[in-house]
Design a protein around this ligand. Structure first.
Ligand code: ATP
Ligand code: MG
Ligand code: FE
Length: 358
């Protein structure tokens, strides 16, 4: 199977061609990404309309480049896969409509991919990981623990009750004037900082369960920054290090609990913890999760940073997985009438609640 993937749900415009051979071997034939960071920097965050306009300007060029890099023509594709949500709706419409047009003109099926499923299945593209596994999805818009039982089969074990962790990194960077996107900037500053200098809270650690919260930590950070103003470069580094230490402690402990739960419900399976989403690129968090997984006798699967943040290879791969599943069931798959969805939770119960209009 050879699939063209298109990703436009946020501020990365991306196109990629991924192929799986009959023997199951997987190959990213091309993977082009254009980040719009520069266009949004002045605003300290992604401006939806600027993002949508940029996608429409550059997407066709990126699709051509992806096909050229891969040495593949439209006729050799088995399908076109595009992110159909969740995300900024203007951008999603640009990518999905482009994919529909290509699918129609080339006479190929369209696969409407959930962006989060792209993140969730990346470990199978990079490492061929079998189901089931435990997934920690930590991105700009989501922070949740999911039990991944199969393609389109997710069960949520816990999630943030307020901000996403990537959002917390971005707001920390904004507060400390480190620029946008914030995650990499905070991580870089933290390397020169003292993580024990400022005592920041570890929200939700005193409570049972796997849910998380980052709003209180954000407030504590702001108060601490104000109390120590004006901030020297060393103060900023120490604040970043203390913040990163606090969230690493929280993520580490919640992962320990999630791994214990997984072992209880799947005693026969050799356990694996997968980390996905932009924050999975953070080396301090990765190191802590490595340690927690080792303690629990589990394997940690952390895809390379480039495949953790938004990209189209993961969308093409999710398309391949959905196609292969349909084929195995003797069904054909073509979702040319799929809507663009600003919200689209991965787990079925949450999706049903939103679908009923509540
Ligand atoms: P979603 O996938 O939930 O729709 P998104 O697509 O915007 O959201 P991603 O592209 O997966 O999110 O991730 C971007 C987020 O990851 C940003 O919030 C960014 O600050 C964060 N991030 C990226 N690199 C790092 C890092 N090294 N450390 C911490 N956070 C990081
Ligand atoms: Mg982005
Ligand atoms: Fe994402």
């Amino acid at each position: 199977l050879t699939v063209l993937g298109i990703e436009t749900s946020c501020d990365e415009t991306a196109a990629a061609v991924v192929r799986v051979a009959p023997d199951g071997s997987r190959q990213i034939l091309s993977d082009v990404i254009r980040s719009q960071t520069g266009e949004h920097e002045a605003f300290g965050g992604v401006v939806p309309e600027i993002a949508a306009r940029a996608h429409i300007r550059i997407l066709d060029g990126l699709v051509s480049a992806a096909l050229k890099d891969a040495g593949v023509g439209f006729g050799e594709l088995d399908a076109v896969a595009a992110t159909a949500g969740p995300g900024l709706i203007g951008g999603v419409i640009v990518g999905l409509t482009t994919a529909k047009a290509i699918a129609m003109a080339a006479g190929k099926p369209l696969v409407a991919v959930n962006h989060l499923e792209g993140h969730a299945l990346t470990a199978r593209l990079t490492d061929g990981l079998p189901f089931p596994y435990l997934l920690l999805l930590v991105s700009g818009g989501h922070t949740q623990f999911l039990l991944v039982e199969g393609v389109s089969r997710y069960r949520r074990l816990g999630s943030t009750i307020d901000d996403a962790l990537g959002e917390a990194f971005d707001k920390t960077a904004k507060l400390l004037q480190l620029g946008f996107p914030g995650g990499p900037a905070v991580e870089k500053a933290a390397m020169r900082g003292d993580p024990s200098r400022f005592q920041l809270p570890r929200p939700m650690l005193d409570r049972p369960g796997i849910d998380l919260s980052f709003a209180g930590l954000k407030t504590a950070l702001r108060t601490t920054a104000e109390a120590n103003a004006p901030l020297s470069p060393q103060d900023v580094a120490d604040l970043c290090a203390s913040f990163q230490q606090a969230v690493t402690d929280v993520i580490g402990e919640k992962s320990r609990r999630a791994l214990a739960l997984f072992a209880e419900s799947h005693p026969q399976t050799s356990p694996a913890l997968v980390i996905a989403g932009g924050v999975a690129a953070n080396t301090a968090i990765r190191a802590r999760l490595e340690a927690e997984a080792a303690k629990a006798g589990a394997r940690l699967v952390a895809p390379p940073g480039r495949l953790c943040t938004d990209n189209a290879a993961m969308i093409a791969w999710a398309g391949i997985e959905r196609l292969a599943e349909a084929q195995a069931a003797g069904k054909s798959l073509d979702e040319r009438d799929a809507p663009a969805r600003p919200r689209w939770p991965l787990d079925a119960e949450a999706a049903a609640v939103i679908g009923s209009g509540r």
